[in-house]
Design a protein around this ligand. Structure first.
Ligand code: KG4
Ligand code: ZN
Length: 356
C-alpha cells in the first residue's frame, strides 16, 4: 500500500462529509484542494424550517456516489492515485453519518486504501489550514490558538496547542474550554429568524437585515457569567420569542431590522465576552473562528476592533460543512499513523455524539 509507508508524505486524500444536510466529497493534496463537490440540501429542508433527519439521510443515499465520481473526475485522479480515504464518523445525525461511513468503507475496501475516521469538529478546525498551504499563515507564535467552532450545531471553544501536524489523537477532548449548554449560536439565529418570518437558515438574512437596524433598540438577555466558558442561548431565544409575540404583523415588518440587529448583538456579545475571558486565562497567540457563523459580518468586525490579536477565518465557502476540511483533518491524522488498515475497516461505526 503506497504512501502508508511514507507517513510524512501523502499524495491525495479523498474526504467524505455527510454529518447533517450537506453531502460533500473532496480530494486534497499537501498543497491544494484538487476538487470539492457538494450537494447542499437547504432547499429540500427549507419548507420544514430546519433539517429533517430522515429526509437528509435518504437524500445523501441518492447523491453520494455521483459526488464521489465527480470529485475524482475533477481532480483528474483514479482511486489508485489516492493515499487514503477520510470520513466524518461523529458527531452528527446518525442516519446521515452512516451513509458517508458506509460509502467510505466500501470504497476503501474495494480499492485497498487506509480509512481515517474524522471528528466533524476537528474537520472544522482543519478548515483553517486549507488555504495558503504549505506556507500556511499560521506560525509558532500563534499557538496556543483559541478556536471557536460556531455553527448550527455547535458553539465550542478549543485551545489548539500546536499545528495540526502534531495533534495528539485525543487533543479535542483534552482541549475543549467551553461549549453551549443548550442551543448553538447558529441555531439561535435560525430559530429566532424563523419567528421573524425569515427562511431557513436565517443567519445570513439576519446578518444582512441587521446592517440597517439599531443593535441597541431592544435589550435582550446575554448569558455571560464569569464562572466558566460555557454558552447558553435558550434564554435569548425565549426572550426574543416573547418580544416578537407582542408585535402586530405591520409592526413586526417595520421593526424587523432592529430586531435582527438586537438579536445579533446579543449573540455576538456572548461570543466576544467568552473569547475575551478565555484569552485572559490562557494568553493566546491568535484567535480563529470556524463554522457557518464565522461568516457573520458583525462578529468579524468586532473581533477585528476589540481583540488585538492575529485573527483567522476560513473563507466563507469553507466555513460551512465541506469534505475538503475532512480530507485535510484526515490527512494530518494519516501523517501521524492514525488510520485503519483496509482489513480493519469493517468495524468502523458512526456516532451521534462527540464523545466516541
Ligand atoms: O457550519 P454550518 O454550515 O453547519 C453546521 O454544522 O451547523 O453552519 C450553518 C449555520 C446556520 O445556523 C446558519 O444560519 C449560520 O451557520 N450562518 C450564519 C451566517 N452564515 C451562516 N449565522 C450568522 N451570520 C451569518 N452570516
Ligand atoms: Zn459543521
Amino acid at each position: 500500500m503506497k504512501a502508508v509507508l511514507d507517513k510524512a508524505n501523502f499524495e491525495a486524500v479523498l474526504g467524505i462529509e455527510s454529518s447533517c444536510d450537506d453531502c460533500s466529497v473532496a480530494v486534497v493534496t499537501q498543497n491544494e484542494i484538487l476538487s470539492l463537490c457538494t450537494y447542499a440540501q437547504t432547499d429540500i429542508h427549507r419548507p420544514f424550517g430546519g433539517v429533517v433527519p430522515e429526509i437528509a439521510s435518504r437524500n445523501h443515499l441518492q447523491t453520494i456516489l455521483p459526488l464521489v465520481l465527480e470529485a475524482l473526475e475533477k481532480a483528474h485522479l483514479s482511486p489508485q492515485d489516492l493515499s487514503a480515504v477520510a470520513v466524518t464518523n461523529r458527531p452528527g445525525l446518525v442516519g446521515s453519518l452512516l451513509v458517508g461511513v458506509t460509502t467510505a468503507k466500501a470504497f476503501s475496501y474495494c480499492h485497498n486504501l487506509p480509512l481515517i475516521p474524522v471528528h466533524h469538529l476537528e474537520g472544522h478546525i482543519a478548515s483553517l489550514f486549507l488555504e495558503n498551504r504549505p506556507q500556511n499563515r499560521s506560525n509558532d507564535s500563534h499557538y496556543p490558538l483559541l478556536c471557536a467552532v460556531v455553527s448550527g450545531g455547535h458553539t465550542d471553544l478549543y485551545k489548539i496547542p500546536t499545528h495540526p501536524s502534531t495533534w495528539e489523537k485525543d487533543f479535542l477532548s483534552k482541549n475543549r474550554l467551553g461549549r453551549s449548554l443548550d442551543d448553538a449560536a447558529g441555531e439561535a439565529f435560525d430559530k429566532i429568524g424563523k419567528l421573524l418570518g425569515l427562511e431557513y437558515p436565517a443567519g445570513p438574512a439576519m446578518d444582512a437585515l441587521a446592517k440597517t437596524g439599531d443593535p441597541k433598540k431592544y435589550n435582550l438577555p446575554r448569558s455571560i457569567s464569569k464562572k466558566d466558558l460555557n454558552f447558553s442561548f435558550s434564554g435569548l431565544k425565549s426572550a426574543a420569542a416573547r418580544l416578537i409575540s407582542t408585535f402586530s404583523p405591520e409592526e413586526l415588518s417595520k421593526e424587523k431590522s432592529h430586531l435582527c440587529a438586537s438579536v445579533q448583538e446579543a449573540i455576538v456579545d456572548a461570543l466576544m465576552e467568552k473569547m475575551k475571558q478565555a484569552h485572559e486565562n490562557f494568553n493566546f497567540g491568535a484567535i480563529a473562528v470556524v463554522g457557518g457563523v464565522a461568516s457573520n459580518s458583525r462578529l468579524r468586525f468586532r473581533m477585528e476592533k476589540e481583540l488585538g490579536l492575529p485573527l483567522f477565518f476560513p473563507s466563507p465557502a469553507l466555513c460551512t460543512d465541506n469534505a475538503a476540511m475532512i480530507a485535510l483533518a484526515g490527512a494530518f491524522r494519516f501523517q501521524q499513523g492514525h488510520f485503519l488498515e483496509p482489513q480493519n475497516i469493517l468495524t468502523l461505526n458512526a456516532w451521534a455524539t462527540a464523545e466516541n
